[in-house]
Design a protein around this ligand. Structure first.
Ligand SMILES: CC(C)(COP(=O)(O)OP(=O)(O)OC[C@H]1O[C@@H](n2cnc3c(N)ncnc32)[C@H](O)[C@@H]1OP(=O)(O)O)[C@@H](O)C(=O)NCCC(=O)NCCS
Length: 188
């Protein structure tokens, strides 16, 4: 069993077009709209599925941030050119061996390569400041857009985890995707 300890992550993260930053109380309406959007929540086993649930989820994230030990970051995403939340993501440090990522964008921004940019930003932080040896992502087996995004970013299928989670009586099957530090460095 690997001991867990608090990590530090310098925020915000910047990509060419995105700012990946701490969530704030002012994000509440945009955050609620994101999670309540059926196109967004359809393939997410965990997390809010309606506006009220999303507001509670954000409140819990903001309250939890006060903890002194931190090894998971639930973050907001916005375009550098305009203020306003248009996505969310998370980066969780499991151990020096491994971190996990998750991400979502407002469908108005799909098809523009911003998902690719967001995942690259998270991988840079995980292999850079967090210094892990590999990064993984779980993706629902029929989430075609996210699977394409992961593969385009260099993650490779590693396993299919059947009955990964049961939420509201529905079982979720997911693929486990991963990328190692060497594979990431090799992409130059
Ligand atoms: C997962 C998600 C972020 C992927 O978004 P996406 O827009 O498909 O992904 P990308 O931003 O990488 O965009 C890829 C598309 O943009 C196009 N594109 C345009 N400009 C581009 C650029 N500069 N770079 C890369 N791709 C570009 C690609 O050709 C591709 O087009 P296609 O969709 O016709 O194949 C989005 O579907 C989402 O938020 N889903 C809901 C939440 C979710 O399921 N999250 C994942 C949980 S595992």
């Amino acid at each position: 069993m690997v001991a867990r300890s608090a990590r530090s992550l310098t925020l915000p993260l910047h990509t060419e077009r995105l700012l990946i930053r701490e969530l704030e109380p002012k994000d509440e309406d945009a955050y609620a709209a994101l999670y309540a959007n059926r196109r967004v929540n359809r393939f997410l086993p965990f997390g809010a599925r309606d506006e009220a649930g999303a507001r509670r989820q954000l409140a819990a994230i903001l309250a939890g941030r006060a903890r002194s030990r931190r090894d998971a970051w639930e973050l907001g995403v916005e375009l550098q050119v305009s203020a306003g939340l248009m996505g969310a993501c998370d980066l969780t440090w499991h151990s020096s061996r491994e971190a996990e990522i998750g991400y979502l964008l407002d469908p108005a921004y799909w098809g523009t390569g911003l998902g690719h940019e967001l995942v690259r930003g998270l991988l840079n932080a995980a292999f850079g400041e967090l210094g892990v040896a590999r990064v993984l992502a779980h993706v629902e087996v029929s989430n075609r857009r996210s699977i394409a995004l992961l593969e385009r970013t260099g993650l490779a299928w590693e396993a299919t985890l059947r009955r990964f989670a049961q939420v509201d009586s529905r079982w979720w099957d997911v693929h486990l995707y991963s990328i190692t530090r060497e594979q990431w460095s090799g992409q130059g």
